[in-house]
Write a protein that binds this ligand. Sequence first.
Ligand SMILES: [Zn+2]
Ligand SMILES: [Zn+2]
Length: 285
Amino acid sequence: MRKREHSIEVRFWGVRGSIPTPGRDFIKYGGNTSCVEVRCGDTILIFDAGTGTWGLGRALLREFGDRPLELHILFSHTHWDHIQGFPFLEPAYHKGNVINLYGGHSVSALEKLILGQMDREYFPVTLLELASEIHFKALSDNPFYINDVKIYYTYLFHPGLSLGFRVEYRDRVFVYATDNEILTGPEMEGYNEKNMENLIKNADLLVAECQYTEEEYLKKIGWGHSSIDQVVRISRLFGVKNLFPFHHDPLRTDREIDRMIKHARRIAGKNLKVFAGREGTSFSA
Ligand SMILES: [Zn+2]
Ligand SMILES: [Zn+2]
């Protein structure tokens, strides 16, 4: 059995795209927007801070109590569904904790956007009033390191762009790729496939947006999201072992996600396993 400190552990706190979806049609998979926790030994990485961040923060406080916490939040981009939970991250209100924020086109752009989000007109507490230490980190070196975790990033195709992250820890690979249209047009294909290959090649765990069915995608080309068929195709092409479709469309009910995953498994072949991104579930490799 693998030692825990040698594996990458992934837990889903928010799996919905665009807008939170409370309601009885969304109970099984969950209605919170994007937030995925990844543990590499003692290093805690958080991918996006959608509304799922609230539950994550509370769980961290239960686990750590008064012990100081250092968190690393990596933003794919700053659309609402990826930042909206940040002001509700409770460990950010505790003195002694350190929160590092990565993403955006530059440090100053990310800082400006997060400061703006917590302007008093929108939220009662401003960023500058949080008791924890907040650091905005530049993404310049590529790859870069957080402790002994190696992280490579690349820009994905999405309105305003989005960042995909490849995490390498010991001999394991986790990839987070959301808000990403996998273009198949003749001029784009070579570039886009190369870009995706560098990002996802031989990943043990790939968390990827699969917002649309193939029929829906054909009506929404250029909107910056992918179909499940496209994501399964590139996962197979580049040797991904486990695929976790998430960023579910807000209209996608539990039954429809069940059907989508069944379809994905049918076309995945025998080397690729598919598990739906579902709030509260965790996986490790
Ligand atoms: Zn999104
Ligand atoms: Zn987006």
